[in-house]
Design a protein around this ligand. Structure first.
Ligand SMILES: [Zn+2]
Length: 178
Protein backbone atom coordinates (compact mmCIF):
# COMPACT_ATOMS: atom_id res chain seq x y z
CA UNK A 1 0.00 0.00 0.00
CA UNK A 2 2.77 2.40 0.93
CA UNK A 3 4.48 1.76 -2.39
CA UNK A 4 1.34 2.53 -4.30
CA UNK A 5 0.87 5.78 -2.39
CA UNK A 6 4.47 6.81 -2.98
CA UNK A 7 4.06 6.10 -6.63
CA UNK A 8 1.01 8.33 -6.76
CA UNK A 9 2.56 11.23 -4.83
CA UNK A 10 2.50 14.37 -6.92
CA UNK A 11 5.82 14.80 -8.62
CA UNK A 12 7.18 18.06 -9.95
CA UNK A 13 5.43 17.69 -13.28
CA UNK A 14 2.06 17.06 -11.63
CA UNK A 15 2.50 20.04 -9.33
CA UNK A 16 3.11 22.14 -12.42
CA UNK A 17 0.01 20.60 -14.03
CA UNK A 18 -2.04 21.42 -10.92
CA UNK A 19 -0.71 25.01 -10.94
CA UNK A 20 -1.73 25.33 -14.58
CA UNK A 21 -5.15 23.94 -13.75
CA UNK A 22 -5.56 26.58 -11.03
CA UNK A 23 -4.34 29.27 -13.39
CA UNK A 24 -6.90 28.13 -15.99
CA UNK A 25 -9.66 28.45 -13.35
CA UNK A 26 -8.45 31.89 -12.32
CA UNK A 27 -8.63 33.07 -15.95
CA UNK A 28 -12.26 32.06 -16.51
CA UNK A 29 -14.37 35.19 -16.78
CA UNK A 30 -16.94 35.94 -14.08
CA UNK A 31 -19.84 35.69 -16.52
CA UNK A 32 -18.69 32.45 -18.18
CA UNK A 33 -21.41 29.88 -18.86
CA UNK A 34 -20.94 26.20 -17.87
CA UNK A 35 -20.26 25.49 -21.57
CA UNK A 36 -17.46 28.07 -21.67
CA UNK A 37 -16.04 26.66 -18.42
CA UNK A 38 -16.15 23.20 -19.97
CA UNK A 39 -14.27 24.42 -23.04
CA UNK A 40 -11.54 25.86 -20.82
CA UNK A 41 -11.29 22.45 -19.13
CA UNK A 42 -11.07 20.75 -22.54
CA UNK A 43 -8.27 23.03 -23.74
CA UNK A 44 -6.33 22.61 -20.53
CA UNK A 45 -6.79 18.83 -20.68
CA UNK A 46 -5.57 18.55 -24.28
CA UNK A 47 -2.28 20.15 -23.27
CA UNK A 48 -1.88 18.30 -19.97
CA UNK A 49 -3.31 14.84 -20.53
CA UNK A 50 0.16 13.39 -21.14
CA UNK A 51 1.21 14.25 -17.58
CA UNK A 52 -1.26 11.82 -16.00
CA UNK A 53 -1.08 8.05 -15.59
CA UNK A 54 -3.30 6.54 -18.30
CA UNK A 55 -4.55 3.93 -15.81
CA UNK A 56 -5.95 6.62 -13.50
CA UNK A 57 -7.62 8.46 -16.38
CA UNK A 58 -9.24 5.16 -17.26
CA UNK A 59 -10.40 4.33 -13.71
CA UNK A 60 -12.11 7.71 -13.35
CA UNK A 61 -13.42 7.63 -16.94
CA UNK A 62 -12.07 11.09 -17.65
CA UNK A 63 -12.02 10.65 -21.42
CA UNK A 64 -15.70 9.73 -21.48
CA UNK A 65 -16.52 12.98 -19.69
CA UNK A 66 -14.21 15.30 -21.55
CA UNK A 67 -14.42 14.04 -25.14
CA UNK A 68 -18.01 15.04 -25.60
CA UNK A 69 -19.70 17.61 -27.75
CA UNK A 70 -20.94 19.98 -25.01
CA UNK A 71 -23.85 21.11 -27.22
CA UNK A 72 -25.40 17.64 -26.88
CA UNK A 73 -25.31 17.54 -23.08
CA UNK A 74 -27.25 19.46 -20.40
CA UNK A 75 -24.43 21.85 -19.43
CA UNK A 76 -26.80 24.80 -19.36
CA UNK A 77 -28.42 23.20 -16.29
CA UNK A 78 -25.17 22.79 -14.37
CA UNK A 79 -24.73 24.56 -11.05
CA UNK A 80 -21.01 24.99 -11.74
CA UNK A 81 -19.91 28.64 -11.86
CA UNK A 82 -16.51 30.39 -12.03
CA UNK A 83 -17.13 31.48 -8.43
CA UNK A 84 -17.68 27.95 -7.14
CA UNK A 85 -14.55 26.77 -8.95
CA UNK A 86 -12.44 29.57 -7.50
CA UNK A 87 -13.08 28.18 -4.04
CA UNK A 88 -10.60 25.49 -5.06
CA UNK A 89 -7.78 27.88 -5.90
CA UNK A 90 -6.16 27.32 -2.52
CA UNK A 91 -6.67 23.59 -2.47
CA UNK A 92 -3.45 21.64 -1.94
CA UNK A 93 -3.33 18.14 -3.36
CA UNK A 94 -0.69 15.62 -2.48
CA UNK A 95 -1.62 12.63 -4.63
CA UNK A 96 -2.25 12.15 -8.30
CA UNK A 97 -5.42 10.18 -7.66
CA UNK A 98 -6.95 13.06 -5.66
CA UNK A 99 -6.17 15.35 -8.61
CA UNK A 100 -7.85 13.03 -11.13
CA UNK A 101 -10.80 12.44 -8.77
CA UNK A 102 -11.18 16.18 -8.33
CA UNK A 103 -11.11 16.66 -12.10
CA UNK A 104 -13.75 13.97 -12.49
CA UNK A 105 -16.03 15.58 -9.89
CA UNK A 106 -15.87 18.96 -11.63
CA UNK A 107 -16.53 17.44 -15.05
CA UNK A 108 -19.41 15.40 -13.63
CA UNK A 109 -20.89 18.58 -12.15
CA UNK A 110 -20.70 20.22 -15.60
CA UNK A 111 -21.88 17.38 -17.84
CA UNK A 112 -24.29 15.26 -15.80
CA UNK A 113 -27.75 16.51 -14.86
CA UNK A 114 -28.54 16.41 -11.15
CA UNK A 115 -32.21 16.15 -10.30
CA UNK A 116 -34.24 16.34 -7.11
CA UNK A 117 -35.15 12.75 -6.45
CA UNK A 118 -34.84 10.66 -3.35
CA UNK A 119 -32.49 7.72 -3.20
CA UNK A 120 -34.50 4.87 -1.74
CA UNK A 121 -31.47 3.28 -0.18
CA UNK A 122 -29.79 6.18 1.67
CA UNK A 123 -32.32 9.02 1.48
CA UNK A 124 -30.05 11.45 -0.42
CA UNK A 125 -32.23 13.99 -2.22
CA UNK A 126 -30.14 14.55 -5.32
CA UNK A 127 -29.43 12.01 -8.03
CA UNK A 128 -27.52 11.98 -11.31
CA UNK A 129 -29.41 11.28 -14.53
CA UNK A 130 -27.69 8.68 -16.72
CA UNK A 131 -28.82 6.75 -19.79
CA UNK A 132 -29.37 3.01 -20.00
CA UNK A 133 -28.56 2.16 -23.64
CA UNK A 134 -30.19 -1.26 -23.46
CA UNK A 135 -33.55 -0.16 -22.14
CA UNK A 136 -33.22 3.23 -23.91
CA UNK A 137 -34.28 5.08 -20.80
CA UNK A 138 -32.95 7.52 -18.27
CA UNK A 139 -31.96 6.01 -14.91
CA UNK A 140 -30.88 7.73 -11.72
CA UNK A 141 -27.68 7.11 -9.83
CA UNK A 142 -27.08 8.12 -6.22
CA UNK A 143 -23.70 9.78 -5.81
CA UNK A 144 -23.60 8.87 -2.14
CA UNK A 145 -24.25 5.15 -2.26
CA UNK A 146 -24.28 4.22 -5.97
CA UNK A 147 -27.89 3.00 -5.92
CA UNK A 148 -29.49 2.88 -9.37
CA UNK A 149 -33.18 3.43 -9.75
CA UNK A 150 -35.71 4.17 -12.48
CA UNK A 151 -37.50 7.50 -12.74
CA UNK A 152 -40.50 5.82 -11.10
CA UNK A 153 -38.33 4.97 -8.12
CA UNK A 154 -37.89 1.24 -8.74
CA UNK A 155 -34.52 -0.19 -7.93
CA UNK A 156 -32.46 -1.42 -10.89
CA UNK A 157 -29.77 -3.27 -8.95
CA UNK A 158 -29.09 -5.80 -11.67
CA UNK A 159 -28.22 -3.19 -14.24
CA UNK A 160 -24.80 -3.73 -15.74
CA UNK A 161 -22.81 -0.47 -15.32
CA UNK A 162 -21.38 -1.06 -18.81
CA UNK A 163 -24.69 -0.18 -20.42
CA UNK A 164 -24.83 3.18 -18.68
CA UNK A 165 -23.82 6.30 -20.59
CA UNK A 166 -23.88 10.00 -19.91
CA UNK A 167 -27.39 11.23 -20.66
CA UNK A 168 -27.68 13.50 -23.67
CA UNK A 169 -29.92 16.54 -23.65
CA UNK A 170 -32.34 15.04 -26.21
CA UNK A 171 -33.11 12.04 -23.96
CA UNK A 172 -33.46 14.19 -20.86
CA UNK A 173 -35.99 16.26 -22.81
CA UNK A 174 -37.92 13.19 -23.98
CA UNK A 175 -38.21 12.04 -20.36
CA UNK A 176 -39.30 15.51 -19.24
CA UNK A 177 -36.34 16.18 -16.97
CA UNK A 178 -35.29 19.46 -18.61
ZN1 LIG B 1 -28.12 6.57 -2.02
Amino acid sequence: MENILNKLMMNKLLRKTWNEFQYMISQIEDQATPQQIFESFQNWYKKNKKNFSPSLLKIYRIEELINIDPKKYPLAHSQCTPQTLRRFLHLELSHEDSFVMFLRDQLWELVVLTIDAECHRCGTLEMSALFDVEAQQVVLECLQCGELQTLKGNSCKCLNPKILRLAQKKYLEIFGLI
